[in-house]
Write a protein that binds this ligand. Structure first.
Ligand code: KG4
Ligand code: ZN
Length: 340
């Protein structure tokens, strides 16, 4: 039987990406153009610059994705595009492009929730993974603990009450003078360092599946201020590694408590922060101790990419059928929970 080809399009933040996915799981191409260099000097993503850059790179990235996959638009069966959450200007570039292609090529179109995309990054090239699954998505914009009961049926068990996990890494890296993006910088200097400083976390979070990183952030900043007042030297590696330990232990505790409560056999990590080596190490230890399978995407699929949007779009289409050209960009879109 001929393969079912989905064209995935992702422009929600600062990566312009187009991918061709066969049968929802096989990557035929996944072209990613990162704007990291453009934003680094500003210490974060500048929305207006991001949108303009997407406009310039959209068409070449699309052409390259088709070329690498060795297919033409005529052969594509479905177009899947991120419609939220994300930056409004950035989302609009990808969505308008996708609508234009759908109209011109007479193709079905589905809108994909970006958080849903991060979860599906795990199933690419892994035919053995089927629901029910438990996934922790931790990135610059979101922190979601999700129980995937079936394709398209999500129970959102917990979210962050303040900063997203990646945002906390980025903010602490900034106060430590480590630059942007902060997560990889903290990960790097924390490797092999002592991590035994105790930083208090936000009270009242025990027993909940919700996350909070603001108490931890304040504790680190207060610690640094105390040392500066006393004119004592700051051990950057010790502070970074201790922050990382406390942040990661919060994620690990909630993820594995949910694994017991929902009796899953496999736990999944996704999103930019799932690249963190300490998080991976701790999850590996806990999964081995509890006899669970642990999955996380290869590095290139942890951060934003269109392959995961193509994979999610295929299952959205299989579950709900085609979307329509009225789909609008939704910057604050949340993952719909069947419990609400
Ligand atoms: O998924 P992503 O590329 O974009 C969003 O959808 O937000 O995630 C980017 C986030 C940034 O906050 C970055 O600092 C963080 O992921 N990150 C990391 C690591 N690599 C990227 N955080 C901790 N450790 C890492 N190794
Ligand atoms: Zn993302």
């Amino acid at each position: 039987m001929a393969e079912f080809l989905t064209l995935g399009i992702e422009t929600s933040c600062d990566e312009t990406s187009v991918a061709v996915i066969a049968d929802g799981r096989k990557i035929k191409s996944n072209v990613i153009s990162s704007q990291l260099d453009l934003h680094t000097k500003f210490g974060g993503v500048v929305p207006e610059l991001a949108a303009r850059c997407h406009l310039e790179t959209m068409l070449p990235v699309y052409r390259e994705a088709l070329r690498e996959a060795g297919v033409s638009l005529e052969e594509i069966d479905l177009i899947a595009v991120t419609y939220g959450p994300g930056l409004i200007g950035s989302l609009l570039v990808g969505l308008s492009f996708a609508k234009g292609l759908a109209l011109a090529g007479k193709k079905h179109l589905v809108g994909v929730n970006h958080i849903e995309g991060h979860i599906y990054a795990n199933i690419l090239e892994r035919p053995e993974l089927e629901p029910p699954l438990l996934c922790l998505t931790v990135s610059g914009g979101h922190t979601d603990l999700v129980y995937l009961e079936d394709w398209g049926r999500y129970h959102v068990l917990g979210r962050t009450r303040d900063d997203a996990a990646g945002e906390a890494f980025d903010k602490i890296a900034r106060v430590l003078g480590l630059g942007y993006p902060g997560g990889p910088a903290i990960d790097r200097i924390a490797t092999g360092a002592e991590n035994n400083l105790e930083f208090m976390q936000t009270k009242g979070m025990a027993g909940s599946y919700d996350f909070s990183f603001s108490g931890l952030k304040t504790a680190v900043i207060n610690y640094l201020n105390r040392l500066k007042q006393k004119e004592e030297p700051i051990d950057l590696q010790l502070v970074a590694a201790s922050f990382q330990r406390v942040a990661v232990e919060q994620m690990v505790e909630k993820l594995f408590r949910a694994a017991v409560d929902y009796q899953v056999k496999a736990v999944l990590l996704s999103g930019g922060v799932s690249a963190n080596s300490y998080l991976r190490k701790r999850c590996r230890e806990e999964a081995d101790r509890m006899g669970l399978d642990l999955y996380y995407p290869p590095l290139i699929l942890c951060t934003d990419n269109a392959a995961m949007i193509g994979a999610a779009g295929y299952y959205v289409y299989k579950t709900n059928g085609p979307g329509d050209l009225e789909t609008t960009a939704q910057p604050g879109l949340e993952l719909p929970s069947v419990d609400n």
